[in-house]
Design a protein around this ligand. Structure first.
Ligand SMILES: [Fe+2]
Length: 388
């Protein structure tokens, strides 16, 4: 699809990417390159309790590691980030090594701010609030989905208000991302599928965003190609290292794409049901994507045709206005094969909760980039009801 003659854009993705089996064990070398001496590992409770991954990273860091903060939970909250910040200050940490999925990575981004600026995380809510680079941060993802290792965003939950807060700043972009397929080997099939669909949503949302741009487009289209081919393989056989590696690359590309082009209503609606009803982020996105594609269909025909073509569909006989519905059908077929639930009612969202979610989703930061203006909660409610 051609770009408008008035196109102008900024593309910013400075994170160093290291890829390969067992590269996570070279983390000390990356720290030395950053001239750091005291790393705090930030990881989640589940990984610390049920795997030896954080310990392996600690061992690989040797005397460069001053401690492990392993209190991160799914949908990490502000109080957890503040606790991690306090521990980092006590230990004199000058570097963060996050090991985990989106929650651990985003928690470390928050801790990086506290270690540099002091105070508490709630002092820095919003966009481009920071004026200087933050504490160096190396990310070792253990899921392939969030792409948070290359995004300028941290999503942290305010448990008191029951909503997710966005922190968006170029100064919290991680310095290094180590994509080691071995680190995702133990991820169970359902989480592999759900996190992989988060990456699919990042790619599709970057493509239909109002802030769409060609550099991000290239990454997003290739991410879709990789996810289509390798996500089913990674779900079927978690030890398929080729599939695991390609999914890490896909999630990373989709992350860099949306960190520049932004996401839209799929994420706005998913953030809201995630915060209210604890629906896993990737799962919420996966369920909401088809209904959102249909909502946007009349303004996104051309780009959805390109998505269809990338998914391997012959598009000659499909008219642009039919493309949104056709992509939605393909996504449903794909996620059914992955064994993922299809409706919000299947993941614990009560029908009577949809009204309130419709109001809250309208104020989510992601919705402003949706290709079709959505400013009426009744419209959001219709989309939620379709997905319910
Ligand atoms: Fe996401």
């Amino acid at each position: 699809m051609p770009y408008d003659a008035s196109l102008n854009f900024v593309f910013w993705s400075p994170t160093k990417i290291v890829f390969g089996e067992k590269t996570a064990l070279d983390v000390a070398m990356e720290m030395e390159t950053l001239k750091c001496k005291k790393a705090l590992i930030v990881t989640d409770k589940d990984l610390a309790k049920n795997t030896d991954i954080p310990e392996k990273i600690k061992k690989a860091l040797g005397n460069l590691c001053v401690g492990i903060f392993s209190d991160v939970e799914a949908d990490s909250g502000i109080h957890i980030v503040n606790q991690g910040g306090k521990l980092g200050q006590e230990l004199g940490a000058d570097c963060l090594v996050s090991v985990g999925g989106g929650s651990a990575i985003d928690t470390a981004k928050g801790i990086a701010i506290i270690l540099k600026e002091g105070g508490e995380l709630q002092d820095y809510v919003g966009f481009q609030v920071l004026t200087r680079p933050q504490t160096p941060h190396i990310v070792i993802p253990t899921t392939a989905g969030t792409g948070s290792e290359v995004t300028y965003l941290a999503v942290i939950k305010d448990h008191q208000e029951g909503r997710k807060l966005l922190f968006g700043d170029y100064n919290i972009l991680p310095n290094v991302a180590i994509l080691d397929p071995k680190m995702t080997e133990g991820l169970p099939p359902r989480l592999t599928a759900a996190t992989g669909m988060d990456a699919m949503c990042h790619a599709i949302e970057a493509l239909h965003s109002l802030q769409r741009e060609p550099m991000a487009d290239g990454l997003a289209f290739h991410a879709i190609r990789l996810i289509k081919e390798f996500l089913p393989r990674a779900v079927e056989n978690g030890k398929d290292m080729t599939a695991r590696g390609q999914m890490l690359i896909a999630a990373n590309m989709a992350g860099a794409a949306f960190s520049n082009a932004q996401v839209g209503m799929v994420h706005a609606l998913a953030h809201t049901v995630g915060a209210k009803f604890k629906v896993h982020h990737g799962l919420a996105n996966s369920i909401l994507l088809p209904a959102c594609l249909r909502y946007n269909a009349d303004v996104c025909g051309e780009v959805y045709l390109d998505v269809l073509s990338t998914l391997g569909v012959t598009i000659e006989r499909i008219r642009p206005e039919e493309a949104g519905s056709a992509v939605a059908e393909r996504i449903i077929e794909f996620t059914k094969k992955l064994g993922l639930p299809q409706r919000l009612r299947d993941v614990g969202v009560p029908e009577e909760g949809l009204n309130e979610c419709s109001e809250i989703a309208l104020s989510d930061g992601a919705i402003v980039y949706n290709p079709k203006l959505i400013s009426d909660s009744a419209e959001v409610l219709k989309v939620y009801q379709q997905a319910w």
